[in-house]
Design a protein. Structure first.
Length: 126
């Protein structure tokens, strides 16, 4: 009987954990890849949508891909080499809110560097 209660408690905990982190009210719209040139890529998340950053990577001598806010302040790195530790990086999916204005920027050397950011767009539903 003791094992039954332990199993029941564990099951309820897992159920509560999964439901507390679920994000309701989103409908898949599309996926796309943004190519980030050396001088960066400015963007605005469309009204009524969110962008989920799925992955980011780079070619050439890029040390990191950063997201800057509208004020030009570096917020965090979404892709970086393991030896770069100057800002927190996103190790899993990250959502950008509706109407967020920002810029993907590259940190690195070389004149032919570029990065790529994979994004899934969701429509916010009531």
């Amino acid at each position: 009987m003791k094992h039954f209660y332990q199993f029941l408690l564990l099951s309820l905990f897992c159920l509560a954990s999964n439901s507390s982190f679920a994000q309701e009210g989103l409908k898949f719209s599309k996926t796309f890849i943004i190519e980030v040139p050396k001088d960066g890529y400015a963007f605005t998340v469309p009204d009524g949508k969110i962008w989920r950053i799925e992955a980011a990577g780079s070619g050439g001598a890029v040390d990191a891909i950063w997201i800057e806010n509208v004020a030009g302040e570096s917020m965090f790195a979404i892709a970086q080499r393991p030896n770069i530790a100057t800002a927190p990086s996103v190790s899993s999916h990250f959502n950008l809110a509706s109407n967020f204005i920002g810029k993907f920027t590259l940190l690195g050397l070389g004149k032919n560097i570029k990065g790529f950011v994979s994004i899934t767009e969701y429509i916010i539903t009531p």
